[in-house]
Structure formats: C-alpha cells, structure tokens
Design a protein around this ligand. Structure first.
Ligand code: ADP
Length: 375
C-alpha cells in the first residue's frame, strides 16, 4: 500500500523512538506490520526485544500518539509481540556490527567518544554530583552522553539521576536505563539494595569490563566514569580497559585536599593517560550580603592544576570553581540535577560552563601519548 495515508503513517512511525535504544522503532526492525482499515483505523504490531519489556507502556503510548496525530487516522490498535531469536540476533548485529562482535567500542580505531574518568583523592568532595551534572548539562547541550557508575563502594549515580529502573537484558546485551537523555549503568543496578559490595580487584576489573563490552551505549559523544575515590584498583583497570580515557580530577579548595587529589591525577603519568583538567567544588558559600565565605579555604584547585601540569608535562587547566549551594544537594537528593532543575544558580552555571568546555574540545585530543620511556 503506497497511498499518501500509508506514507504518512510510515513517517509517523519513524518518529517513535525506542526508549532504551534511542533509535526509531522502524530502524530496529520492531514494526512487524501496519494495516490501515476502512475509516482510518490503524492496526500496528510491534515486536519487543524481550517479553515483559519494562518500557512496553511507553512504546505503546508513543506509537499511539504519533499515529493519532496523522490526519486521516481515526483510531489505533497496538499489539505487542516478542522478537524471535533470529530477529533478536539481527537486531544485535545491527547495533553491534557484523557478527555481534563483543569488544570495547570506545577503543575502536575510529571511535570518537570522549571518555572522562572522574577521580578524586578522597570521598565526599562532590565527585558524583559533578559527574552527574556535567553529563546532564552536556545532554541538555545536545550531546549524546553516558555514565558508568564505577564507584563500587559508594554508587550513588542512579539516585542522583532519579533512576530506579533496572537495565533490560537482551540475551548477552544490556540496555542501560536513560534519565534526562543520559544512559546510565551502575554497579548499584546489579546488587540488592543496601548490600555491601565486597569485591576485590579482579572482580571489579571483570565488572567494569562487562559494562564496557555488554552494555549497549550506542554512539556517544561523551562517556563519564564515576570512579571510587583514591587511586585504587578500578583506576588502574580503567587505564587498562580504556587507555584513551582522560582523567578529570575533582577537589575542594583545601590545599590539604589538593595533596591527595594530586595522587589520583598523577596516576596518569604511570598509565599514559592524559588529564583533562581540575574541577574545584565547594569553592565558597555566597552570603546574603553578596560576600563569599570560603568555608574550605581557597586556592586548592589552582594549586592542583599547577602541580599536575608540572607532573604530567602538559597544561592541566582549572576548568571551573563550583560554589556551595544547598540547592545542589537538594537536587541530588530529589534526583533532579541542579543544572536542569535550577539552571539559573551560580553553581549550575559553573557546572554548565565546565560541560561546555569539555564538550567543545576536539574529539581527537584524547589518547595523546605522553611519550614516556622506561628509565
Ligand atoms: P563524592 O562522590 O565525592 O563522594 P558526592 O557527590 O556524593 O561526593 O557529594 C557529597 C555530598 O556533598 C552530597 O550530599 C552532595 O549533595 C553534597 N555536595 C556536593 N557538592 C556540593 C556543592 N557544591 N554544594 C552543596 N552540596 C554539595
């Protein structure tokens, strides 16, 4: 059938995006059939990747509203079926490439994703809050963004993003849930709530490797990894698994904190990674009279940027200073990052400014070899 109505119906279906794969359902082989009956009643059969797909309701509702917006369509009936194994294999091949090859897509020679490993010397400096806000700000700026919450002991990214949905599994492929346009995967999605994760180095390495190979992120502009604080096993695994990752160091203005943060950044010299920059968080508190109270001292970010520049041998910029703001903490508690919920605040503006700098960097800068030679 190639009537103008049938064409309009096809065009409308091409605007329905699978909520997890972020591609039109028509491209993903999810539309099994479309029939337009007398009077403009459309009967649509959609193939879900797996039975009990948690987002079936969204797909149904989005298809209905797209079709009902077409002039001449009077009613819509959506039937949901499930893909056969062959159809799923075809889908996986389409997403992952020939043979459904499992490798780390971010390491492919032509890969353009900028990978930022967010590190800190110690916990509580706002590393996760910074990660989440930078990712959301970049997504709001129109970039395709993902986060891997690799902070195994203190995973907090899902809560900061208001996510409580589990990832969907399609055979050996894991589809990350999406919040505010950002694809998020976290260790926290794989363990029972409030259970401690008592994993040792090799298990952490394997978990991160699995996130990188099995989770389907698609083509991303930027991937953030929220690392555990310090210079532990995971930081070394990141260097091995994602040699092109650039390190982003979060610190407070306290000069003593800069000392510990320096170790996290200096690890890059041993692993051959580059350091994208320093983010100073909790820089000051704005007082009602407009003055600034420097609760945690001052200068830590600048000192760290200077010292890291000297250690790694390239300029490590201080990308920004984020003030203390109760609204930042409240936004985190409510699962609405401040850059989205209260973009007019100085803290949100500072974060958006840093995201703008990272997003604007040429993609080829990463993976620069430091030219280190054995002594
Ligand atoms: P980390 O990941 O380094 O452990 P978090 O991002 O979990 O740190 O932040 C620790 C606590 O500090 C959280 O309650 C968070 O809301 C709060 N916080 C972080 N940055 C700020 C800020 N600039 N202003 C106010 N509260 C902040």
């Amino acid at each position: 059938m190639n009537t103008p109505l049938a064409q309009a119906v096809d065009a409308a279906l091409a605007t329905v995006i699978d909520p997890e794969l972020r591609r039109p359902i028509t491209e993903l082989g999810m539309v099994e059939s479309v029939h337009i009956a007398e009077g403009g009643r459309v009967r649509l059969v959609v193939l879900l990747t797996i039975a009990g797909c948690p987002l079936r309701g969204t797909i149904t509702a989005d298809s209905e509203s797209a079709l009902l917006a077409v002039p001449g369509v009077s009613a819509v009936d959506v039937e949901l079926k499930v893909m056969s194994q062959e159809q799923r294999d075809a889908l996986k091949e389409k997403l992952r490439g020939p043979g459904g090859q499992r490798s780390i897509p971010f390491n492919e020679p032509g890969a353009l994703t900028k990978v930022f490993a967010v590190a800190s010397g110690k916990g509580g400096v706002g590393k996760s809050s910074v990660t989440v806000n930078l990712a959301c700000a970049m997504a709001a700026q129109g970039l395709r963004v993902g986060i891997i919450d690799a902070d195994v002991y203190g995973f907090s990214v899902p809560a900061l993003m208001g996510l409580n949905q589990a990832p969907t599994r399609v055979d050996d492929m894991i589809l990350p849930p999406v919040a505010y346009g950002v694809k998020v995967i976290s260790i926290g999605m794989f363990v029972k709530s409030n259970q401690p994760v008592a994993w040792r180095g090799p298990m952490l390495h394997r978990a991160l490797e699995q996130f990188l190979t099995d989770v389907y992120f698609g083509d991303l502009d930027a991937l953030f990894l929220d690392l555990p604080p310090g210079t532990g096993d995971i930081a070394i695994s990141v260097a091995q698994l994602l040699p092109k990752a650039e390190i982003l160091v979060v610190t407070t203005p306290q000069t003593a904190a800069a000392d510990v943060a320096e170790r996290a950044g200096a690890l890059a010299t041993q692993t051959g990674q580059s350091v994208a920059g320093v983010v100073e968080n909790m820089s000051y508190l704005e007082m009602p009279d407009g003055g600034r109270m420097e609760l945690f001292g001052s200068g830590g970010g600048a000192v760290l940027s200077e010292r890291l520049s000297a250690t790694v041998g390239t300029t490590v910029p201080l990308l920004g200073q984020i003030p203390l703001d109760i609204l930042l903490r409240e936004g985190g508690d409510a699962g609405v990052p401040i850059v989205l919920g209260r973009p007019e605040t100085p803290a949100a503006k500072a974060l958006a400014g840093i995201a703008g700098q990272l997003g604007a960097r040429p993609r080829g800068l990463s993976g620069r070899s430091l030219g280190l030679q054995p002594r």
